[in-house]
Ligand binder design. Sequence first.
Ligand SMILES: [Zn+2]
Length: 165
Amino acid sequence: MASGLGSLVAIWRKFTRITKADGTPIRAHIAEIRTIADRLTRLGDKPSDALIIATLLGSLPKTYHPLIVALDAHPEAGDLDFVIGRIINEAVTLEHFNPDTPSVVSPGNESMALRVDVRKITCHNCGIVGHFASNCQKQPNPYAKPTKPWDATNALAITETAYAL
Ligand SMILES: [Zn+2]
């Protein structure tokens, strides 16, 4: 075998210690784990599906913990393709519905792709926090101020979010 025992140990260490970085898309992260598993297989030390699943679940950030708990009790939790499918579904859900990051692109500022924390936006039509007047479900209020998301009331939310990102 061309590769020595040292490199096999190094690859195993990488495999068991891998964690998903914040900016890494989930599919890229899964692909990296599978690539390392393939290298181990080629070196004659194939990790079992159960070990790949354990490594994969252990490498995910806290936001995936509800999924991991659910999978622990699931009869198909030993099926690698099933687990990967569930992780990808969860990633999509977290991306679109994560209550910690409710942000939208500010109307009128699409070209700047300025992200705005909608929790800090006050609607100038109905006065309720959490949406722009342009997205308001209420009847238009003839006494409402002009509805510019970048005006003084909402500028703070936009600026704070921009710096937070
Ligand atoms: Zn409103």
